[in-house]
Ligand binder design. Structure first.
Ligand code: GLY
Ligand code: MN
Ligand code: MN
Length: 448
């Protein structure tokens, strides 16, 4: 086959194809004659004059990739309009670069861009004579107040023939549905976040030794995340030694690891806004005891059953149902419960030792956007959805619980994308007993 010579047209450099522009186009088509207003997150103060590290609003980021606060996106008439901070040489000396409307329009591909300071004055005209306003009321008080002022301003124009939108829709519902199915660009970033998070878990496993503190393993995670360019944690990490793992949202991470116990790490990083969410549980001394291994294998089998239940058309709860059955059988085998698996699942008795669900949507938010149920029906899984699979077993000391099982807390969590035929687990950190022991051993070889 001979190569076709490039025509001058083909040889021209293409404008970068921005997934955000495609998403705005979809939303514009959905709102028709309406107008949508999507504000950026506001900066929040931590104390006095020190702000929390700024994190953009996920919806605003999904539609713009514009990283600055004091901004808003307005969609109307097939056009995307950005309002953002103006250039300010003096402020940039202290706070760093800001795009300004002109550069923002070019770089991010908006149809128009204006100073944020002009939004208040322009909003009434932008809302006037639109069939509907699409806005997420209740998300940001300042933005809500601005919208209400603008609506009242339009009402005041009635003698000029202008009318405010007759309907207000929650734009978040539409965006939630869009964000539920990830596009190719999102899946690339989620894979990157997953790879970095997995590297962090591997590093923590290899660094683990009896005598260390939970926070020392947390430090290994953050070192690996930042070293590889992730923004940091996607959520407060859990590094829970021994019985601390039975506190589901344990985040103190300040205790000494128990020599012969397990440690549960639930941690994931954020890459360009996208979260990874991985949990691993491993023995502090590098070798599972027989009891630890028995319990671990039950959770591992539950996870395998859950993953096998994920396919297009299956309900969101299918992995949970599958995992709960295996865990319940395990609880019977361990003499934690007695009765039939059917009966114990039906009555919910298993929830004493497995009290959370088996997963959640994952994306820009660690507990991502998207419905789980429509009425009484679980949302059917579809290709492009991303979710976690995270069964666990948490055994708190009690008089009726065999003592050798006290304080065992285990969770194994991976991230999956639903494919045409099933799903793909895209987080890859040591997971079987043999893989974990080998990884921990390799951390010791040659170490002092
Ligand atoms: N790390 C939060 C969760 O697993 O849901
Ligand atoms: Mn999770
Ligand atoms: Mn997690």
């Amino acid at each position: 086959m001979t190569a076709e010579p490039l025509s001058p047209k083909k040889a021209q450099p293409k404008k970068p194809c921005r997934p955000q522009a495609a998403r705005r186009k979809r939303l514009l088509a959905h709102i028709g004659e309406g107008v949508a207003v999507i504000p950026a997150a506001t900066e929040k103060m931590r104390n006095r004059d020190t702000p929390y590290p700024y994190r953009f609003d996920s919806d605003f980021w999904y539609l713009t990739a514009f990283p600055e606060p004091d901004a808003a996106l307005v969609l109307a008439d097939g056009r995307s309009i950005l309002f953002c901070r103006e250039k300010d040489a003096a402020k940039e000396v202290w706070e760093g670069f800001r795009y300004g409307p002109e550069a923002a329009k070019e770089v991010f591909g908006f149809d128009a861009a204006f100073p944020f300071s002009s939004l208040e004055a322009q909003l009434p005209q932008l809302l006037a004579d639109r069939s509907a306003l699409w806005h997420s009321l209740g998300q940001d008080a300042e933005s809500d107040a601005r919208i209400i002022r603008a609506l009242n301003a339009v009402r005041g124009m009635c003698r000029t023939g202008k009318r405010p939108p007759a309907r207000i829709h929650d734009v978040r519902q539409t965006l939630d549905a869009m964000r539920l199915i990830k596009d190719a660009a999102e899946l690339v970033l989620m894979q990157e976040a997953a790879d970095i998070a997995a590297a962090g878990h591997l590093r923590a496993m290899r660094a683990c030794r009896p005598g260390k503190f939970e926070h020392e393993l947390e430090a290994e995670l953050i070192y690996e995340f930042r070293r590889r360019g992730a923004a940091g944690h996607a959520y407060a990490p859990i590094v829970a030694g021994g019985g601390n793992a039975c506190v589901l949202h344990y985040v103190e991470n300040d205790k000494r690891l128990p020599d012969a116990g397990l440690v549960l790490i639930d941690a994931g990083c954020e890459v360009r806004g996208y979260a990874a969410d991985i949990s691993r549980t491993f023995p502090v001394n590098g070798r599972f005891s027989a009891v630890q291994k028995d319990c671990y294998e039950i959770v591992l089998a539950a996870q395998a059953a859950a993953v096998a239940a994920i396919r297009p058309g299956a309900g969101f709860d299918a992995p949970h149902v599958a995992a709960a059955r295996i865990l319940t059988q395990g609880m019977v085998d361990l003499r934690l419960l007695s009765g039939t698996v059917d009966g114990l699942v039906e009555s919910g008795a298993y929830q004493r030792f497995y009290m959370h669900r088996t997963g959640h949507w994952l994306g820009l938010d660690v507990h991502d956007a998207g419905d789980y149920k429509q009425g009484e029906t679980w949302v059917p899984l579809a290709p492009g959805m991303t979710l976690t699979v995270e069964p666990g077993l948490y055994i708190r000391p009690a008089a009726d619980v065999p003592e050798h099982l006290h304080n065992l807390g285990i969770r194994i969590e991976d991230d999956v994308v639903v494919t045409k035929r099933g799903c793909r687990v895209y987080t890859r950190a040591p997971k079987t007993v043999a893989e974990i022991e080998a990884a921990m051993q390799s951390g010791r070889a040659g170490a002092t």
